[in-house]
Design a protein around this ligand. Structure first.
Ligand SMILES: Cc1ncc(COP(=O)(O)O)c(C=O)c1O
Length: 396
């Protein structure tokens, strides 16, 4: 079948919720992707911060194939070696004590918010309000889109679940004004991704921690995009030292295989008892085998350090690009390999021009070019993108 027919059939039958680029991706290898017509692309999106090991990483492919031949699924009413290995490794790399496995980022946040509500309701009647940040992104289910501090995602889905309020991100006074005894949790991304790649000060995150302690509210860090080496440490909160009570993970965890998780402390492990939460597919053997392979590569290849050093090179070079085009590029920012370039104008034409030149990049929040390549990206590949960007900015 040709590219045109595939696009037409998809547009005909898929619900029209995505604004897609007009190419059909087929194989991928490392940081490269190919379309059906054989055109090659360098991938600076990685399935939106998912393909941390790039495409077709041999360790991930082998782990999935071997597990698929053994046991793809069994119920959580039984134990499996791969799930046992995964929860142990996640605890070891994160310093958390308890893990719940699910299938996506939104589900991880749903679980974390349920935990927070149950914690609050058990502590005191009415302790159930959840505070999140303006410009945040936490998912598309009813509760997570309500936690998402962007009205455009909520519009038309009213009535939304009750008990949420929003504080300006990075502004401790704004949060302090909303805090009270009735707050059961604050949920934040330690670096906002989808909202436009905003890096708060470490001090802000520490002050948030202190406020949560003062009001006995749980601090939940949504590390779905930032976690698992993306920001140059295993978890982005580590820069601040503000250890949360719960972190949520997904995206990179399966290297492209759907899996999510939330992690918490022993202190909170008793909040949920049997039957309080669950998932048919969550933590199934195939997903766990994928995640085990991803974590093993992250540990062995020191991908957090690699993301830190390649990321600082990338950011420095984006800074030089900004110096060349100060009227077009307003700011470059980010941490590790979660980088943003705020433009004076909408970013879509830049994304399109890059795609035509074999570079896959993404624009978020209208005018922020978001760069989240596989963590194995090389400086040579980064230089290739930079020279295309230079060409494109000259033209626009
Ligand atoms: C910080 C953050 N939280 C949650 C989500 C939702 O994850 P999913 O699309 O897997 O439900 C995303 C997805 O972009 C995200 O970036």
């Amino acid at each position: 079948m040709d590219q045109k027919t595939i696009i037409a059939d998809t547009e005909r039958y898929y619900l029209p919720v995505f604004a897609r680029n007009q190419i059909v991706l087929d194989p991928g290898k490392g940081c490269k992707l190919y379309d059906m017509e054989g055109n090659e692309y360098l991938d600076f999106l990685a399935g939106i911060a998912v393909n941390a090991l790039g495409h077709a990483h041999p360790a991930l492919v082998a782990a999935i194939a071997a597990q698929a031949a053994k046991l793809i699924h069994c119920s959580n009413l039984y134990y499996t070696c791969v799930q046992s290995e995964l929860v142990k490794t996640l605890a070891a790399v994160s310093g958390f004590d308890r893990v719940f496995l699910c299938n996506s980022g939104a589900e991880a946040n749903e679980g974390a918010l349920k935990l927070a509500r149950k914690y609050g309701n058990e502590k005191a009647p009415g302790k159930n309000r959840i505070i999140s940040a303006v410009h945040s992104f936490h998912g598309r289910t009813f509760t997570t889109l309500t936690a998402t501090g962007q009205p455009k995602y909520q519009k038309g889905f009213e009535p939304l679940p009750a008990g949420f309020s929003y504080a300006a991100y990075g502004d401790i006074e704004a949060l302090e004004q909303l805090m009270g005894e009735e707050v059961c949790a604050v949920i934040l991304e330690p670096v906002q991704g989808e909202g436009g790649v905003f890096v708060p000060t470490d001090d802000y995150l520490r002050q948030v921690r202190a406020l949560c302690d003062r009001y006995e509210a749980l601090l939940i860090f949504d590390e779905i995009q930032t976690g698992l080496c993306r920001c140059g440490k295993w978890f982005a909160w580590e820069y601040s030292g503000a250890r949360p009570d719960v972190i949520t993970l997904a995206k990179a965890l399966g290297g492209g295989f759907p899996i999510g998780a939330f992690l918490t402390t022993e202190r909170l492990s008793g909040v949920f008892g049997p039957g309080d939460h669950g998932s048919t597919f969550g933590g199934n053997p195939l997903a766990c085998a994928a995640a085990n392979a991803v974590l093993r590569v992250m540990i062995d290849d020191k991908l957090a350090d690699k993301a830190a050093s390649t990321g600082s090179y990338f950011l420095m070079m984006l800074g030089r690009l900004q110096e060349r085009y100060p009227d077009k590029i307003l700011e470059v920012r980010g941490r590790g390999l979660l980088l943003g370039m705020e433009l004076a104008k909408p970013g879509k034409p830049i994304v399109d021009a890059c795609l035509q030149r074999g570079m896959i990049i993404n624009c978020t929040a209208g005018n922020v070019i978001r760069l989240v390549p596989p963590l194995i990206i090389s400086k040579v590949e980064i230089d290739a993108l930079l020279s295309v960007l230079d060409e494109v900015f000259q033209e626009f």
